[in-house]
Design a protein around this ligand. Structure first.
Ligand SMILES: Cc1cc2nc3c(=O)[nH]c(=O)nc-3n(C[C@H](O)[C@H](O)[C@H](O)COP(=O)(O)OP(=O)(O)OC[C@H]3O[C@@H](n4cnc5c(N)ncnc54)[C@H](O)[C@@H]3O)c2cc1C
Length: 456
């Protein structure tokens, strides 16, 4: 009996989809349009099922790609020829909320938005948010160490993971449902799986740290004349506001294109400005926080450090600012052969680095039209652009990553390396580091069963 028959015999038809039962849904993530339909999709309902399936595949030398919500932008979850998929979509239960420990335990296939709502129902807050919230899964967020919009205050996903259940390629289950803030009993193995993009194990359960719900939140969209002013605003906001929870910057071309996609949103400003910043601050004093926020912005406008500002008077106003920022979700599907960057670069070097990128792109690829925005407070900027064909896409990546390397930046601040960026890993990691990554992979997955060819 071959492996496919064995799996079909040992598991029910909801757990193992084969041939025609495999829909186009499993062909790719949000990467760049490359698609491969897997012959088999494994859909375990429990950790034990997933472990049994993995053991059978590993013993038979069948490689597997783990799939979460398939919103990844680096091609990591797109099946490569010959790979079968292991989808976490049926492992979608919220298991437990512990209000004393302030933790939430969930299966890995729960969509991020559902996790956010479960925390809110318990009057607590999961400080992880990204535009793909409705589709991405918490397991995918952990596997990619997702960033998002509140990293400046709360850190990356890594900072929110307290415990985890993960399965190695040979089916070994590592259960560490840790809720303790302090636990130094040996190596913290969960860290290996956070951000390793499914190459070292399959995450099936996560214990997340929650925080108290912020009592107040103030939001503003600021129009800025220069990057110097943007950095000044960042520094002053960190010093004088209770707690900066978002600092997002849009370059004017991105701002205008995003507005075109969101016809029901009004541009709060007349004329064009050099940069647009969404500034948010969280606080504890409903009576005074809003006035303090307004005074802070007025002071900077008086100093000519802010050209213009729109302050949200309601949750709808704030949501409208974010709709402009999240226009990327509408823009990506419009672009062909997309080159999609999530570069890391220190805030102080951002202007110079972006200027060099723009000059080089214009010189070499006159038709390329980069849209630029990102989490400047975290040193993480996105550039997206369509390209003419696969070759130009590659050349655009090559040009930009070279410049990022020269600025001691990172080729990926949050989306991960996947299959797309592995050729350029050398710009962000040295040979010794890459060698140790390969040793870890070999130790945990010697037969290269899990996500082969991702990262390196
Ligand atoms: C509109 C849009 C906006 C986005 N904004 C952001 C943003 O602000 N910040 C950000 O960081 N990302 C962002 N992303 C990228 C993406 O949403 C994140 O990378 C997300 O964390 C991926 O989760 P997923 O469940 O969709 O994972 P998938 O795409 O399914 O998988 C991503 C990687 O993780 C692995 N993986 C998935 N689940 C598991 C698991 N349970 N165990 C082991 N490995 C697993 C996969 O094999 C793959 O390598 C955005 C994407 C879109 C489409």
């Amino acid at each position: 009996m071959n492996l496919k028959q064995t799996l079909c015999e040992q598991f029910d038809s909801s757990s193992v989809l084969v041939d025609d039962a495999v829909s186009a849904h499993y062909e790719s993530d949000w990467g760049d349009g490359e698609t491969h339909r897997p012959e088999v999709v494994l859909r375990p309902a429990t950790t034990e099922n997933a472990a049994q399936m993995l053991k059978l595949c590993n013993d038979a030398g069948q490689s597997i790609v783990t799939q979460g919500g398939l919103t990844g932008l680096s091609g990591g979850a797109t099946p490569q020829p010959g790979e079968w998929s292991l989808s976490l979509e049926r492992m979608n239960k919220v298991i437990e909320i512990d209000p004393d420990a302030m933790t939430l335990t969930v299966e890995a296939g729960v969509p991020l938005e559902v996790v956010q709502n479960a925390a809110a129902d318990a009057n607590l807050f999961l400080p992880l948010d990204l535009a793909a919230r409705g589709s991405c899964q918490i397991g995918g967020n952990v596997a990619t160490n997702a960033g998002g919009n509140q990293v400046i205050k709360y850190g990356m996903t890594r900072a929110l993971v307290s415990g985890m259940v993960a399965i190695l390629a040979d089916g070994t289950i590592l259960s560490n449902r840790n809720k303790l803030l302090k636990n130094n009993a040996g190596y913290d193995l969960k860290q290996l799986f956070i951000g390793s993009e499914g190459t070292l194990g399959v995450i099936t359960e996560v214990v997340l740290r929650l925080v108290p719900k912020p009592i107040t939140k103030q939001s503003a969209m600021c129009a800025m004349n220069s990057m110097d002013d943007v950095l000044y605003l960042l520094g002053e906001a960190r010093t004088h506001l209770p707690s900066v929870s978002a600092f997002e910057v849009m370059w004017p071309h991105y701002y205008q294109e995003s507005l075109k996609c969101t016809t029901n949103i009004r541009n709060p400003f007349t004329g064009q400005h050099s940069y647009y910043v969404i500034l948010e601050s969280e606080g504890h004093y409903p009576e005074t926080d809003f006035d303090h926020f307004c005074e802070f912005l007025a002071e900077l406008m008086e100093q000519d450090r802010i050209a213009d500002a729109a302050i949200a008077q309601s949750l709808t106003d704030a949501a409208n600012f974010w709709t402009i920022r999240d226009g990327v979700a509408e823009l990506i599907p419009m672009l062909k052969h997309i080159a999609n960057f999530d570069m890391g670069v220190s805030p102080r070097r951002t202007e110079q680095c972006i200027a060099e990128i723009q000059i080089q792109l214009k010189k070499k690829f006159p038709k390329v039209d980069p849209l630029i925005f990102g989490h400047l407070g975290d040193g993480n900027i996105h550039i997206i652009t369509g390209t003419a064909n696969k070759q130009e896409q590659y050349d655009v990546y090559d040009t930009v990553y070279e410049i990022i390397g020269q600025h001691n930046g990172s080729i990926t601040g949050e989306h991960g390396v996947g299959t797309h960026k592995k050729r350029w890993l050398k710009h962000s990691r040295d040979e010794a580091e890459i060698a140790v990554m390969k040793i870890l992979k070999k130790a945990l997955d010697p037969k290269r069963t899990l996500n082969p060819g991702r990262i390196f």
